[in-house]
Design a protein around this ligand. Structure first.
Ligand SMILES: NC(=O)c1ccc[n+]([C@@H]2O[C@H](COP(=O)([O-])OP(=O)(O)OC[C@H]3O[C@@H](n4cnc5c(N)ncnc54)[C@H](OP(=O)(O)O)[C@@H]3O)[C@@H](O)[C@H]2O)c1
Length: 286
């Protein structure tokens, strides 16, 4: 039987172990990881995927684009798709640092708990891959979106990148520390914490008595957690009268979604998984 080959094209120097494990669990027979992938060197890697198997076997070759830089991942993914023509194509998925699958799991669980349309959402540390995709998915749900960064220039750059990809502009805000982030969530209903692993972003006192906050989600599973007073295992748990979701609470859906998308890559040679359809898939699974 033709082997299911998954080519992991990573924009970081070394291909991700996390994406390798989930790739196998999603159904790949063999995973070949490349680090340091750029728009300049990806062409030959794509050619190796599209010219090697006949029309009936092409569905058993697939591409996964990952890495810690969302903008670099988007550029590589665009270059991959541009290389395809006619039936010289294979299925491909973009999930830089788990961006699409993690954000989709978090936002889908928030949307399951309560309608998000018309509400104000603040994505704390919204400049990384997960935060940028969470901003896009919150916008899909009809929320008004703000992203914070410790540096205004980084918030501006992320906002511009989101505008270029999705055609809407989240409001960029500088918030240098936990106190500033507590001020940034004033008047909002939704908080989505997307900070780097092990980095606390908001103290419990910054949200527990806030009169407008209804929903909070935190992606960081490694203590200290991103939002004080939220347990990693929380899944639509009531805390201080608000609905909270912790990193492990959303992590189960993230992994299920990630595996499911990998499995679907091998069903035909023309699947393209990115923000919009990964989010739609998350809503079905949530
Ligand atoms: N639960 C799950 O299943 C799951 C799956 C995948 C990822 N994750 C988690 O999702 C989170 C986001 O991932 P990511 O790859 O998007 O994150 P990232 O790119 O590593 O970091 C996101 C942002 O955090 C901010 N940051 C970094 N160090 C900081 C510090 N010391 N203090 C305050 N802010 C700081 C930076 O923003 P500025 O420099 O602009 O301030 C950065 O852009 C991570 O915690 C990751 O572990 C969870």
């Amino acid at each position: 039987m033709t082997k299911k080959l998954l080519f992991l094209l990573d924009t970081d120097p070394v291909a991700s172990v996390f994406d390798t494990v989930v790739g196998y669990d999603g159904g790949a027979d063999h995973i070949i990881g490349y680090g340091g992938v750029t728009t300049a060197n990806v062409g030959a890697l794509v050619d190796g995927c599209i010219y090697t198997r006949g029309p009936k076997e092409k569905q058993f070759t697939a591409i996964f684009v990952g890495g810690g830089d969302m903008t670099a991942g988007e550029a590589v993914f665009k270059a991959v798709k541009k290389r395809f023509f006619s039936n010289f194509r294979v299925s491909a998925m973009l999930d830089s640092n788990g961006s699409n699958t993690t954000a989709a799991a978090g936002v889908a669980l928030l949307a399951k708990a309560r309608p998000l349309a018309g509400k104000k959402a603040v994505v704390l540390a919204g400049t990384g891959p997960v935060g940028m995709r969470a901003a896009a998915m919150l916008n899909i749900e009809g929320a008004e979106v703000v992203i914070t960064s410790r540096q205004k220039s980084r918030a501006d750059a992320a906002s511009k990148a989101i505008e270029e990809r999705f055609g809407f502009t989240p409001t960029p805000i500088e918030a240098v520390d936990n106190a500033a982030r507590a001020r940034a969530i004033k008047g909002a209903q939704i908080v989505f914490a997307a900070g780097a692993i092990g980095v606390p972003l908001l103290d419990e006192k910054g949200w527990q008595d806030d009169p407008t906050i209804e929903l909070l989600a935190d992606c960081n599973a490694q203590p200290p957690l991103g939002i004080g007073g939220v347990e990693a295992v929380d899944k639509a748990k009531d805390r201080h009268g608000k609905i909270v979701i912790g990193a492990l609470g959303l992590g189960g859906l993230k992994l299920k979604l990630h595996r499911e998308c990998i499995g679907k890559l091998f069903e035909s040679a023309d699947k393209i998984f990115d923000c919009e359809n990964i989010y739609a898939q998350a809503k079905e699974l949530a």
